[in-house]
Design a protein around this ligand. Structure first.
Ligand SMILES: Nc1ncnc2c1[nH]c(=O)n2[C@H]1C[C@H](O)[C@@H](COP(=O)(O)OP(=O)(O)OP(=O)(O)O)O1
Length: 159
């Protein structure tokens, strides 16, 4: 694939014991899916700062103690000229009560109840690694938004 435009985005895992906070995406890219919180890294931001900002904007939670990178994912789409590079972080801590935003409706899920059938198809590959404390790198090539044509995924020690 030649000359793909790269976009840098974040996702943030908010985990509290055996439950995880997901958001129902009300608009924009991935509308109608449950997802972690995140979005584009704006000019002048570090990815860590962007991840913390998006958590606040989309869920109402304040990240405490910063974030740690746990994943590095690339998404491409058949026939499209862009590549989405998504850095996945885990919040070390958080405070506040989840609140609905214009973009997301947050809800806690027990790990065994995560609604994979209503999420991006790649999530069921890498969430299990993230949820047991592992780190991972992966590439997923989609046809549309629902079919994965091919992928790679490996667990890593560090980035
Ligand atoms: N395949 C897949 N699985 C899991 N998560 C994602 C994908 N593709 C994705 O894009 N994502 C994530 C990465 C980002 O967190 C969001 C998309 O971000 P987006 O809503 O476009 O960015 P914002 O900056 O919040 O958007 P606006 O505020 O400009 O609407 O999905």
């Amino acid at each position: 694939m030649a000359n793909l435009t790269r976009k840098l985005l974040t996702l943030a895992l908010i985990k509290d014991g055996q439950r995880v906070l997901l958001g129902y995406k009300k608009r924009g890219f991935g509308e109608g899916k449950w997802n972690m919180f995140g979005g584009k890294v704006e000019k002048g931001e570090t990815p860590e700062y962007a991840a913390i900002r998006e958590v606040k904007e989309e869920s109402g939670l304040e990240v405490i103690g910063g974030v740690e990178q746990i994943g590095d994912l690339e998404f491409t789409f058949d026939g499209e000229d862009f590549l989405m590079h998504v850095l996945v972080f885990q919040a070390r801590g958080f405070s506040g009560t989840p609140a609905e935003s214009e973009e997301m409706r947050p809800q806690w899920y027990q790990i065994e109840d995560i609604p994979y059938s209503k999420m991006w198809k790649d999530d069921e590959f890498w969430y299990p690694i993230a949820l047991r404390g592992g780190k991972f790198k992966g590439k997923f090539h989609f046809q549309g938004h629902e079919v994965i044509l091919n992928h790679t995924l490996e667990e890593v020690e560090h980035f």
